[in-house]
Ligand binder design. Sequence first.
Ligand code: SF4
Ligand code: SF4
Length: 70
Amino acid sequence: MKKANIIVDPSKCRICLQCQIFCSLLHEGEANPSKANLTIEKGAITFLETCRENCSFCADYCAYQALKPK
Ligand code: SF4
Ligand code: SF4
């Protein structure tokens, strides 16, 4: 699993998918959760190998503090 520079607390995740939407919009030019560099499942948030260095954009858009920049 890729280690992002983000503090993760899956227990706070509401599966709103805003993190995936903004990640894919910024990095892939398309608001498409399936193209995001992280996966969201109940009880698990996983950063993929394609996750960018020095990025915490998704954490900026998590309204529930499940993702927070370090
Ligand atoms: S850290 Fe950046 S590249 Fe990685 S999942 Fe978040 S927005 Fe996407
Ligand atoms: S933005 Fe936060 S609450 Fe919403 S799916 Fe992503 S990690 Fe979960």
